[in-house]
Design a binder for this molecule. Structure first.
Ligand SMILES: C[S@@+](CC[C@H](N)C(=O)[O-])C[C@H]1O[C@@H](n2cnc3c(N)ncnc32)[C@H](O)[C@@H]1O
Length: 652
């Protein structure tokens, strides 16, 4: 790999002594905490240049069912740096969810930098990878809505590097990471470690939260016929020992049976006791009332009176009874005292301060719990996903509590290759992500109507996940939209290869049509897409080289967040329309064009016209003469808007 180290030396040679001193001071005092990579040593990413990126619609590769008037879903072919620059000019602040699965920098020729595969022995491999991602993530950041989120898949090896990079691009936005199991088994003896998991890093803007899951009502039962209805048992203990919280270590009694329940010395009660408070205050009623008033929740006695504590049934023959302290000590020594039901850890020990209390008392087995009634829960309350528990679809989960928390489940990676094969009939793509992974991530991170972007789309799994979620949403919900960016993966060896067209778009076309007995996706479920290629035009030549098609597609994307279904043909094209506003592309000021514009105004008298034209001043004059209330914008400005700040973005 060529480097720019020679020009760097040359540059240093040309500096004066004071300039060198300043540079050295800067280097010695600059912030060092965080990630550094050899930014100045690596060859410049050739995708980064100062031209303008314009979209070109390919109607023949797009999927346009009958009735489709605009394409909300986009598949963009080309380097994603260019696609992101275009999207920054059309979709800034409009993307709610970005999911990406970038090349992992494995050294196994899994990604291309400046048209060359970056191999394992490349000296600048990691720096090039970081710089490559840094440039793209910096652009992607501007696309997110104020409640947007970016989810990034990464393997274990590169997770730390990527996480530091994400911290740099999205400072203060880290929410956490998710872990999922990629394989059922692993036997990588050669590597001395079986890598069977991957990560998904989650960074989000302030307004974002996962959808969570509504509380499961079937977990609420009513074994004691409580007139307030079903309830769910909540733990009555806090994770504080007798020594940390001596005042919440006390025995409790079931007033109906008279049976006593010892406190766990390692995990004392969660609630204060009025009896303990009274003992502490030593007859000072004012102090008692002050302490009771200061409590944030009911006392244990109040909870018992309100029948909010559940004492599990205990048969008389199960009740323990120790007539003397000697009996009690002997039972404890023999391991026959009261224990925690599942863990069998003793609740009474010879060294406890209240041991005498238990002599002669009926001691129940089972543990009391606090009742939480279904009716007392706020309707909006939802469970949040648990980061480290993306478990296998086939995993048996016996523990009820654990199952409650398992929200993100996924099939293993190998299934994903089959999923692509089922649609396309061949193993058309190596290492796609499982549909269930992306679907479950998006089910948690997105809502109906959201736009989901994947700018390393590969085989288009994200598009299929979006379509399937739309179908599951049911009627009446606005469909989620997808924007997928994929390279062709054409190389000098395989110049005709077009992964984006032949795998990504083709997969979605077949999914929309229905495959393998699965139903297709109607237009209302998002069953359509526009296929776009990108043209890069030197800024100075925009007016010469940009076509009406470029302009119409770009303006539609910017103003309607959608692409047109057909190429602009006529001299005037309505590219966006709302009740009281029309955006019109007007390519010249020929008499026929002006006549068409006049007729359009007659047709939509209530709507204000915005006219994009290469001759804004002349047209503004003509519109004023006609008494038409309109705004004109220069075509050049409309084409280049939002594509400023090109080239290498400054380090944050
Ligand atoms: C790991 S794969 C993504 C697989 C995808 N998640 C799936 O399920 O099919 C990464 C993809 O990014 C593509 N890619 C790499 N560099 C790119 C670039 N600069 N622009 C666009 N795509 C790129 C590769 O061609 C590859 O298809």
């Amino acid at each position: 790999m060529s480097t720019t180290s020679t020009p760097l030396l040359q540059r240093l040679k040309d500096l004066s002594a004071p300039e060198l001193r300043r540079l050295l001071t800067e280097q010695l005092t600059k912030q060092k905490l965080g990630l550094t990579w050899e930014r100045d040593a690596i060859a410049h990413d050739r995708a980064l240049n100062a031209d303008v990126v314009l979209p070109r619609l390919l109607p023949e590769v797009s999927h346009t069912p009958e009735g489709c008037e605009l394409h909300s879903n986009l598949i963009i072919e080309g380097d994603n740096f260019d696609a992101l620059r275009l999207l920054r000019a059309t979709h800034a602040g409009k993307i709610r969810v970005i999911y990406i699965d970038p090349p992992y920098n494995t050294g196994n020729k899994d990604w291309v930098y400046n048209d060359q595969y970056v191999g394992a022995n490349d000296r600048w491999r990691h720096s090039q990878w970081l710089e490559f991602l840094y440039q793209r993530l910096s652009l992607a950041r501007d696309l997110l809505t104020s409640d947007g989120v970016i989810l990034v898949s990464i393997n274990d090896e590169n997770r730390a590097r990527l996480e530091l990079l994400m911290d740099e691009v999205f400072p203060g936005r880290r929410l956490g990471s998710l872990v999922w199991r990629t394989k059922d088994t692993g036997n990588d003896l050669a590597q001395r470690f079986s890598h069977v998991h991957e990560h998904v890093l989650v960074y989000a803007n302030g307004g974002f939260s996962f959808n969570g899951r509504p509380t499961d009502r079937s977990k609420f039962r009513n074994p004691d016929n409580d007139p307030r209805g079903e309830w769910s048992p909540q733990p009555l203990t806090a994770n504080k020992s007798l020594f940390e919280r001596p005042n919440t270590y006390y025995p409790i009694q079931n007033p109906e049976t008279g049976y006593w329940y010892p406190c766990d010395p390692d995990s004392t009660w969660r609630f204060a006791s009025e009896a303990v408070i009274r003992r502490l205050c030593n007859g000072d009623e004012t102090a008692v009332q002050a302490m009771l008033a200061g409590l944030r929740s009911d006392t244990m006695e109040a909870l018992i009176t309100k029948r909010l504590i559940y004492f599990p049934p205990c048969k008389p023959e199960e009740v323990m009874h120790f007539a003397t302290k000697a009996d009690l000590l002997a039972a404890l020594k023999a391991g026959k005292g009261p224990v925690l039901p599942k863990k069998k850890i003793p609740l009474l020990r010879a060294d406890l301060p209240d041991l005498d209390f238990w002599v002669g008392k009926p001691i129940a087995t089972g543990r009391p719990s606090r009742k939480e009634h279904w009716t007392a829960r706020p309707e909006s309350e939802r469970l949040a996903p648990l980061g480290s528990w993306i478990a296998g679809m086939n995993e048996d989960v016996e523990d009820d509590e654990l199952e409650q928390l398992l929200l993100l489940r996924t099939t293993r990676g190998g299934v994903a290759t089959e999923e692509v094969k089922n649609v396309l009939g061949s193993k058309a793509f190596p290492y796609p992500k499982p549909l269930s992974l992306i679907k479950n991530l998006l089910a948690q991170a997105s809502r109906p109507g959201d736009t989901v972007l994947d700018f390393f789309a590969g085989s288009g799994t994200t598009g299929q996940a979006v379509l399937e979620l739309n179908a599951e949403d049911g009627e009446g919900q606005p469909p989620r939209r997808f924007i997928l960016c994929s390279s062709t993966e054409a190389t000098a060896k395989e110049p005709a290869k077009n992964l984006c067209r032949d795998v990504c778009a083709e997969r979605l076309r077949r999914v929309i049509a229905g495959y393998g007995g699965k139903p297709g996706h109607a237009l209302a479920q998002g069953g359509e897409f526009a296929y776009l290629q990108l043209d890069k035009i030197d800024g100075a030549d925009v007016l010469l080289d940009a076509t009406a098609q470029h302009a119409a597609t770009l303006l539609s994307m910017r103003n309607m967040a959608a692409a047109p279904v057909e190429q602009a043909q006529a001299a005037i094209t309505v590219v966006a329309q709302q009740a009281d506003w029309l955006l019109v592309l007007c390519q010249d000021t020929e008499p026929a064009t002006l006549a068409a514009l006049h007729a359009l105004h007659q047709q939509h008298r209530e709507a204000r016209l915005s006219v994009v034209t290469p001759r804004p001043k002349a047209l503004a004059l003509w519109l004023a003469e006609q008494g038409i209330d309109a705004h004109t914008q220069a075509l050049h400005e409309a084409l280049t808007l939002g594509q400023g700040g090109r080239g290498r973005s400054a380090r944050a």
